[in-house]
Design a protein around this ligand. Sequence first.
Ligand SMILES: Cc1cc2nc3c(=O)[nH]c(=O)nc-3n(C[C@H](O)[C@H](O)[C@H](O)COP(=O)(O)OP(=O)(O)OC[C@H]3O[C@@H](n4cnc5c(N)ncnc54)[C@H](O)[C@@H]3O)c2cc1C
Length: 417
Amino acid sequence: MSYVIIGNSTAAVGAVEGIRKYDIETPIVIISDEPYHTYSRPLISYYLGGKVAEENMYYRSRDFYEKNKVKPILGIKAKSVDFDKKEVVLQDESKIQYSKLLIATGGKPFIPPLEGLDKKNVFNFIKFDDVKEIEKVAVKGSRAVVVGASFSGLKAVEALVQRGVNVTVIDIMDRIMPRVFDETASSIALKTLREHGVEVLLKTTVEKIIGGENAEGVILKDGRELPCNFIILAMGVRCNTDLVKDTKLKINRGIVVDDRMRTNIPDVYAAGDAAEGYNFIEGRNMEIAIIPNAYRQGETAGENMAGKERLFNKGFIMNSMPLLGLSIISAGLSESGEGIRVKAIYKNRENTYKKFYIRDKKLVGYLLINDIDRAGIYTDLIRREVDISLFEDRLGEEGFGFVSLPKEMRKERMLGG
Ligand SMILES: Cc1cc2nc3c(=O)[nH]c(=O)nc-3n(C[C@H](O)[C@H](O)[C@H](O)COP(=O)(O)OP(=O)(O)OC[C@H]3O[C@@H](n4cnc5c(N)ncnc54)[C@H](O)[C@@H]3O)c2cc1C
């Protein structure tokens, strides 16, 4: 009997720790095509920006595998899974039997068909190896085009600016971070980016990558040509279900799971960016591609694999990022819609912006720029589905804080609940 986990990142670590709460003996095998000890994916931009050294990238201590009786098989891809024989086939044709399997293959970059994609110096921005390649060309004074002005694209922009690279960032939408930002939030971030010398081109996209063997520039949809030394494609992430596509495993956008992270195949579980999960604010299963979700889904899968019953039913999206001196945090809904009330407070002089999304008597989303001190409280209000009607008018105002919360909630927070 052995547990097999495909993937070696957040969801995999959650699963190991979930299994080991209840089963300290049964061997665990981890398979990953990346050659590294488990590392923190969000740190790749900090590595590129020179803020984090390689030895500080790791998500768990060096003895993690040994301590948890895990056999890591790293640097080799799982090629297929035979669900009837309960075995995973690796790229070198070796086979690994499982009694319980977790698929934690994460996300993969979305790349539209584009002429010139095969040229050198065209990079994704998702793996440690991506930034290890990018750092070779991202030298001071070089010129980069980043395609995509969302979360990971902007993280790449920040790192490149920190390295002294001249950056142009392009997005097809009319504002940056279009899924989270409105016009006001976008204009705050645009101002900051431009103050740092970043050229931002909106409502356009790359039609073609030009050059010889190396990429030397891009041609935009409107015909403009932008010369550059390298290109980073950051147009979003999709669930990585390549390993199991065209099998009997049920896949929607991601792998379909129940609230115990079980798939439709007995003894096969899925977690993290590869799977869907219940987003309780949206009231539906969907991909929730963030670290806390990947960890919790992995841990839930692990506990269930070890024979305990644990449910995952409280997922929601949350992101936080610094951007060239701006602090940005968002959680939950980030769009208005039927039945949603919006409260926004913009302070031009202080360069702060707070926006709250309220449904019925509950906070269901927020966006904070620069004034982020109360983010933990707002997240708690969302997660605990607190009735905010008694203090809704004070939400986001000066002086709103711990003391504004209902007594019961204050008590729970003080007790660390
Ligand atoms: C640049 C960047 C910044 C981010 N910043 C944040 C942040 O600030 N906060 C936050 O919450 N989230 C952030 N995220 C998202 C976060 O990193 C992911 O949600 C999280 O890593 C998902 O973990 P996972 O275990 O599901 O999968 P992943 O981290 O995607 O790992 C999956 C692993 O499986 C491997 N794999 C895939 N297929 C196979 C196969 N067939 N055989 C063997 N191995 C395979 C992959 O190579 C990979 O190593 C960021 C992501 C990126 C790219």
